[in-house]
Design a protein around this ligand. Structure first.
Ligand SMILES: *Cc1c(COP(=O)(O)O)cnc(C)c1O
Length: 461
């Protein structure tokens, strides 16, 4: 029945004891706004068979609920923790690197009080935020000097602006790449004010191509790590050491945008065979390297500029630095992550490191435990199958880490529907569909999330 007379007035609604708590919490004005919107919704809904409103009390109770829900959802955060069951370790859409417990503790400690962010404690006066993390970055990579900015895109932009604005930067045509999220090397170059000087071809660029392009207009040679794709076949580009030798013959700096930011330890990690490291680049003679803090380093979102002191100093003094600087929470998390890298046993505490080195046996054991936890759930059938996880997020392109997947089937539900229901759970679970089945890769499910995951699957039934 659609009798608008059942809907109480806003004034009458605001007097109801059911809304007293909401008025105390959110204030009368906001409750009144929510109540008016709720009354409009009820008026629109009254004609529909799905809604059973037979009395004034029914209508008022419906509105109470609606007002309380609306006000609660208005202040609920939209950024949520998500369970990553995709097996993509650095999932750009899911926030890349989860932080180590030590980094989270440092953020909590620094965030709640004042800090010496720009205060020189021994001197008792103004200091520089650049001082933080620098020593650890130098120790880890062997760089002469280091600088932290907001992200690697910012690092590349500010390096090009500081060292090459108004002059030419030589780049191989095979490295004019798009890294994702709109980061295109030619566009960043244009924004920095540097002039792009393309050399070579898409698949092959020789040292002679670079040397033929060098002139008095040349400010920099840029090398870009193809971090999210691979060109196979008839390909080639000069090794960093050869390019550095050429650049230095003409006293031109060589800058390498490495992106993935592998610190260059643990060569034994098979997932990262062939992935260039910061240290190797610097050792090969590259003058300046930039990298992300939240890719293979496993730290917070940050951009790192590492290398020759005179060049890092020029970047540091550029006016854009103020716009791209990192905040204190970034420094806190970055320092903690770098300290974990500094010692071999503590590297296992870095989630990205742990996930990339996790053995198939360990994943298999967790998969069996998940299947056992689901054994009582009616309508759920699970099978453990071989599969592949990936490093993802602009690192180790084409890498495939052997894994064990839990393939899920739920009676009467399509894989799309199961996948959607897992996403609707709280916390949401993001899974993949492979060969028409929903598959769960426990490599990227964090310790302590296995129980939530089992609950989400049960709820999806
Ligand atoms: C990821 C990446 C970037 C962008 O880094 P952000 O930290 O996401 O800004 C730039 N260049 C390369 C080569 C990359 O891999």
């Amino acid at each position: 029945m659609s009798d608008f007379r059942l809907i109480p007035s806003i004034d009458a609604l605001l007097l109801r004891p059911e809304l007293a708590g909401a008025i105390r919490q959110h204030g009368r004005d906001r409750v009144a706004i929510a109540a008016r919107a709720a009354a409009d919704d009820l008026r629109a809904a009254l004609g529909q068979p799905s809604i059973a409103i037979a009395s004034e009390e029914d209508a008022a109770a419906w509105l109470d609920r609606r007002v309380v829900e609306t006000l609660a959802s208005a202040i609920a955060p939209s950024l949520k923790r998500v369970i990553n069951a995709t097996g993509v370790v650095l999932h750009t859409n899911l926030g890349r690197a989860p932080l180590a417990a030590e980094a989270i503790a440092r953020i909590a400690e620094i965030a709640g009080g004042y800090t010496n962010l720009e205060y020189d404690l021994p001197a008792g006066g103004r200091g520089h935020r650049h001082a933080h993390a620098e020593r650890l970055l130098r120790a880890l990579t062997g760089a002469e000097s280091a600088l932290v900015v907001n992200n690697n895109a910012a690092a590349t932009l500010v390096v090009l602006a500081a060292l090459a604005a108004g002059r030419e930067v030589i780049v191989s045509r095979g490295e004019l790449v798009e890294i994702g999220g709109g980061f295109r090397v030619p566009d960043v170059m244009a924004q920095s004010g540097a002039v792009l000087r393309e050399v070579g071809t898409t698949n092959r660029t020789r040292l002679a191509d670079y040397s033929a392009a060098i002139s008095e207009r040349t400010a920099l040679i840029l090398r870009v790590h193809p971090s999210n794709f691979r060109i196979d076949g008839f390909t080639g580009r000069p090794a960093p050491a050869d390019l550095a030798e050429l650049a230095h013959r003409f006293t031109i700096p060589l800058f390498e945008d490495l992106g993935s930011g592998w610190p260059g330890t643990d060569r034994a990690m098979p997932a990262l065979a062939g992935e260039p490291s910061i240290r190797e680049s610097l050792d090969a003679g590259v003058d300046l390297v930039s990298a992300s803090g939240d890719k293979l380093l496993g730290g917070p979102q940050a951009g790192l500029v590492l290398g020759r002191r005179d060049l890092v100093d020029r970047v540091r003094r550029h006016p854009l630095m103020r716009a791209v600087r990192a905040d204190k929470l970034t420094y806190a998390a970055l320092e903690a992550t770098l300290a974990l890298w500094a010692q071999v046993p503590s590297r296992a505490s870095i989630p990205v490191h742990r996930m990339l080195t996790m053995s198939v046996d360990e994943i298999d054991r967790r998969a069996r435990a998940l299947v056992a936890a689901l054994s009582g759930a009616r309508g759920v059938s699970c099978e453990i199958v071989d599969g592949a996880s990936t490093a993802g997020g602009g690192s180790a392109p084409g890498s495939a880490l052997p894994t064990r997947l839990v393939a899920l089937a739920i009676d009467g539900r399509s894989p799309d529907e199961v996948e959607r229901r897992l996403r609707a759970h709280d916390p949401p679970v993001v899974a993949r569909i492979e060969h028409d089945r929903v598959v769960i890769d426990l490599r990227t499910v964090q310790p302590g999330e296995d129980a939530d995951l089992a609950r989400a699957i049960r709820t999806a039934v």
